[in-house]
Design a protein around this ligand. Sequence first.
Ligand code: PEP
Ligand code: MG
Length: 552
Amino acid sequence: MIVATGKSILNGIAIGKIKIYKAPKVEISDELIKDEQVEAEVARYDAARDKAIEQQNALYEKALESAGEDSAEIFSVHAMMLEDDDLSDAVYEIIRRQKHCAEYAVKHAYDNQAKVFAEMDDPYFKARSADIYDIEQNVLNVLMGIDTDSMQGTEPSILVGEDFAPSETVRLDKSLLLGMITREGSSNSHTAILARSMNLPALIQCKEISDSWDGKMAILDGYNHCVYVDPTADLLESLGARQKEDERKRALLQELRGMSNTTIDGTTIKVYANIGGPSDLGAVQQNDAGGVGLFRSEFVYLNNRDYPTEEEQFNAYKLAVETLAPKMVIIRTCDIGADKKVDYMKLDPEENPALGYRAVRICLTRKDFFKTQLRALLRASAYGNLGVMFPMIISLREVNECKTIMEECRRELEAEGVKTGHVEIGIMVETPAAVLCADELAEAVDFFSIGTNDLTQYTCAIDRQNAKLEPFSDTHHPAVLRAIKMTIDAGHRHNTWVGICGELGADLSLTETFLRMGVDELSVNPKSVLPLRKQIRSIDLSKAPSEGTVVF
Ligand code: PEP
Ligand code: MG
């Protein structure tokens, strides 16, 4: 048995086989090929396309059996698209005339076709753009010998890798994930946040991971920050029992569904959930959250191969707002940048990405990009109770500019005869500048949502992505707690309600501290909603503060 240690980001146990995850290297050469290589590249393309058609047909059969004709149809559409002569002619043209390899030709010919579809007005054809990207990836995978099935395996496993970018994590098949182990990573990174929101036991900074673990049985023990590879039968039995006990406790928490988030002395606050997209709505409902306090809309962008269209975004936002109505859904405008990057935005590399071109800074300088999202949000607002908040705010000027652009979008939609509804406007308070200007900012918005992940990073000057700095990091740093208190007080001076949507909101050792500060809402990952409700219901604010509570 091997015991390797790391840092656990969720208490819990995962038992299963290990799958070593290797991200494919997708580098496409733009070097020219020789004349005598041209026909061989054409033949490589033909073979790869034929193989891709075969794969799509096989997926069709599989989906037909397991999910029915409606779900299977997309794969026959993909096969038909791959058979399209115009698409292949465009590939041959690039290989034969421009003298590029098959991969380069596929990338450019298929991308061009996808863009043509994306620009069409008809929503049906617009949506075909994503399909072209899908089949492009399929042909490229065949050409480059990437076997996607073998990256994650076909059975549920504990996935082990160097590190996972947020864009990779969102694309993983969740039904095949028991837990995650990485050599790198930091506990406040978005990958860690995603793992937590998926309720996955995960171990980061596990330096001893090894390719030789592939296929071996393992226990990821989140309580003890370690993984046992080839565990003994005794350990399998005892930790298996602990895992069952966890499940039993989770089931007990279900009894709190429908109950209020009220302390013994009668103080009630809102407990909302953080989500990454409509696929998390089931978890919001199962865990009986009072609404969504943070919909990280950038995951809609990370999930896409190209800019999501207004229609695609509208559908995602409408689904969330409509499903949960009349509960409130707060959607944060796109917080791309720093660790959350997508190729299609072509953002320049930066010396200090966390202090760089991200979030509202991108939105305010790429107005058309921002307007696409704001129009989609305003259209969705007609279907329920929507809040919109802007991330990384440092000044009143930024808030006013965001609001002006939003009003411009509303006027345009009204002129087009499109219905919109009321929207509560808020900002993320996640920079020291926002805390120090909280009085002015509070006058301009309906609510504040404190992003403690970034607020900690910027207050303590500790890069949240840098695992080496964890020994210096103190999530309960007095400066951060004081900043939270200052924000709540400033908000209340101006009738602006104040919530916390960073990871600290789910830290039960701080619940009483936040309640005594007067917080109005805590938004946490869906699985933390019921444990937090239980904690709130055990607190009595009329008594002396319990041990560990920080009182200002
Ligand atoms: C935060 O910074 O606390 C926050 C909620 O936003 P994110 O973690 O997505 O940066
Ligand atoms: Mg943030």
